[in-house]
Design a protein around this ligand. Structure first.
Ligand SMILES: C[S@@+](CC[C@H](N)C(=O)[O-])C[C@H]1O[C@@H](n2cnc3c(N)ncnc32)[C@H](O)[C@@H]1O
Length: 210
């Protein structure tokens, strides 16, 4: 694993970013204390970026692939329009519903438990924002499944596109790093979208459908 951003810069960014609300702090705390892989949670700075993007887009429909304990869904939901809805999918029930029910977005978040490959084709919405943050080998398939349903100028946000720095190696090993690199190459050559790769946390790719 490579240190992608200097730890002092990470700390500085954390200090100078708007603080999380009480519920998000609780979700993060609960995840750290009770989950074996708490690093999967988006975290403070990335969470505020998700919220910021959502508040700027003012989406009617958001799709999240990879709910985990609900942190990023709660961040993204902050920008929803009054009648907006966020659908979030996870193959495992990690207890996010408890936090959704206690949030201001109780009636705006729909949690689907099951394989995203099966659930995405069942959703007939037109998406304003999609956040891809599930199994890395599935990214390409998720992207191709959702792109036809993404509105023109719609935004796709993809997490872990630097995959702990593993994609920076000359000889990329490991199935997840290989899958992420192949995904990044695919996007680079895809004329249907414009993209910017941000070195935020583990790498965040922003795509706009042309
Ligand atoms: C990195 S975590 C998501 C973190 C969350 N977005 C956040 O920032 O708090 C990835 C999640 O994807 C889920 N996942 C893995 N494979 C999946 C699949 N085929 N369909 C749906 N969810 C899947 C895992 O169960 C895990 O909870």
């Amino acid at each position: 694993m490579t240190e992608l951003v200097h730890s002092k810069a990470e700390k500085y960014a954390d200090d100078f970013t708007t603080a999380d609300g009480d519920l998000l702090l609780e979700v993060a705390d609960h995840t750290i204390k009770n989950h074996s892989m708490p690093h999967m949670l988006s975290g403070h700075v990335q969470g505020r970026l998700l919220s910021m993007l959502s508040c700027l887009v003012k989406p009617e429909r958001i799709l999240e692939i990879g709910t985990f304990t609900g942190y990023s869904a709660l961040c993204l939901a902050e920008g929803l329009q009054d009648k907006g809805v966020l659908h979030t999918i996870d193959i495992r029930d990690e207890g996010a519903a408890v936090f959704f029910d206690r949030s201001a977005f109780k009636n705006k978040i729909v949690l689907h438990i099951g394989d995203a490959n099966k659930i995405i084709p069942e959703l007939t919405e037109s998406w304003d924002i999609v956040f891809i943050d599930a199994d890395k080998t599935g990214y390409l398939n998720y992207y191709e499944l959702i792109l036809p349903q993404l509105k023109i100028n719609g935004l796709i946000i993809v997490d872990n596109v630097l995959f702990h720095g593993d994609v920076l190696e000359d000889n990329i090993t490991g199935k997840n790093a290989k899958a992420i690199h192949a995904f990044n190459e695919h996007i680079k050559n895809d004329k249907r979208v414009e993209q910017v790769l941000l070195t935020v946390r583990d790498g965040l790719l922003l795509l706009r459908k042309i």
